[in-house]
Design a protein around this ligand. Structure first.
Ligand SMILES: *Cc1c(COP(=O)(O)O)cnc(C)c1O
Length: 359
């Protein structure tokens, strides 16, 4: 007898959102980004949802190989490249493309003398200051890569820090674009710049390839709601009320007695806790739907349960349906209330939660 918590994953929502990504970047090829287990939706399900993508991009080399075993024949890209020179024969064998972001990786490629046809994506640090070559060292890195016999192609790649907030004074989007153009001008090869936010809001930057992630799952990358962008939630997390307490005014609820009833309250206990991936730091009032009616959490989220106010929902009872996030309650709304982003909530869905595929 399973716990009542279930995550429903909609394959048609994944397909729909991919079509939205493509419509915003009509001339570009699309990498469906499915790192972190398809942002929590399951690698294999995401692969099927993105069957129409031109390629799949992720971080984990073992999952990249898994995609080949699952039958994906189109391009696969490792967004952080390889982590060890020993990975190179495996990547060559499975035709897995990879980012090259540092001198050490170039040296490892130079030392890899086996006959192979490798596809490198040379990453520029255009201001994010995470991975990549600075614009002024980019050309030299490109020239070194070009001399390596096993490197068959070089794609020029960068990643934006503020595509959802183009005017950010610390690093405007236009400044990253300017640096990328200056550092890569005249170099041969396809360009790959846009994440979801750039894909949705800066179609003019769509180049040869775009790399949408969170939007494909129906989460917003910022700059508007998912619904504003015509996206559909791919994950709906539902559970049920498993207990009811009538709590008198002045009594507290849950660990640490963080919430004290200021009037007689009807409290519902939901079979969902932080061990399911629900954020423990969600404050009182984080939105929840009970039988389709909006209410909020009260008291601390515990490992296996959370508590919600049912005072204004007289019909709610043990067995009532609860939506934690998804098709009727946007994940971003829950995330915002909890001081995080939809990305984190979807990625954190715990393995113990049963998953059901829906259309
Ligand atoms: C994760 C990732 C993306 C996708 O980002 P979203 O904001 O989810 O669209 C694109 N490019 C790179 C390099 C990434 O690591």
């Amino acid at each position: 007898m399973p716990r009542p918590i279930v995550a429903s994953i909609s394959i048609s929502a994944l397909q729909h959102n991919l079509a939205v990504a493509r419509a915003h970047a009509p001339g570009a090829r699309v990498w469906g980004v499915l790192k972190a287990n398809g942002y929590g939706h399951g690698l294999e399900r995401a692969m099927r949802g993105f069957a129409a993508a031109d390629g799949l991009a992720l971080i984990e080399p073992d999952y990249a190989v898994r995609l080949r075993e699952l039958g994906w024949t189109k391009p696969i890209l490792l967004l952080e490249g390889f982590f060890d020179a020993d990975d190179l024969p495996v990547l060559a064998q499975h035709d897995i493309q990879f980012a090259v972001h540092c001198e050490e990786q170039i040296a490892q490629l130079e030392a890899f003398t086996a006959a192979a046809s490798l596809h490198a994506h040379l990453k520029m640090n255009s201001g994010m200051n995470r991975l990549g070559f600075k614009p002024e060292t980019y050309r030299a890195a490109y020239a070194r890569l070009q001399k390596i016999p096993s490197v068959a192609s070089i794609t020029l790649m960068t990643h934006f820090a503020n595509a959802d907030d183009a005017g950010n004074p610390l690093l405007p989007l236009a400044e990253q674009v300017r640096r990328f153009q200056a550092g890569s001008e005249g170099l041969d090869g396809p360009r790959s710049l846009c994440n979801s936010a750039a894909d949705l809001m800066h179609a003019e930057l769509a180049n040869d390839w775009v790399r949408p992630g969170v939007m494909l799952y129906g989460g917003t990358p910022g700059g508007g709601s998912a619904a504003d962008f015509g996206l559909r939630a791919a994950m709906t997390l539902e559970s049920r009320i498993i207990g009811i307490q009538q709590v008198p005014a002045g009594e507290a609820i849950g660990y640490g007695s963080r919430f004290v009833a200021d009037k007689p309250m009807k409290i519902g206990v939901v079979a969902c806790g932080y061990a399911d991936g629900y954020p423990r730091h969600a404050p009182n009032g984080t939105p929840v739907l009970v039988d389709g009616v909006k209410t909020g959490t009260v008291g601390r989220v515990s490992m296996d349960m959370l508590t919600v106010d049912l005072t204004h929902i007289p019909d709610a009872d043990v067995g009532s349906q609860v939506e934690l996030w998804g098709s009727k309650l946007p994940i971003d709304e829950v995330a915002y209330a909890a001081g995080t982003i939809g990305y984190e909530l979807m990625c954190a869905l715990a393995p113990r939660v049963a998953v059901r595929e829906v259309d």
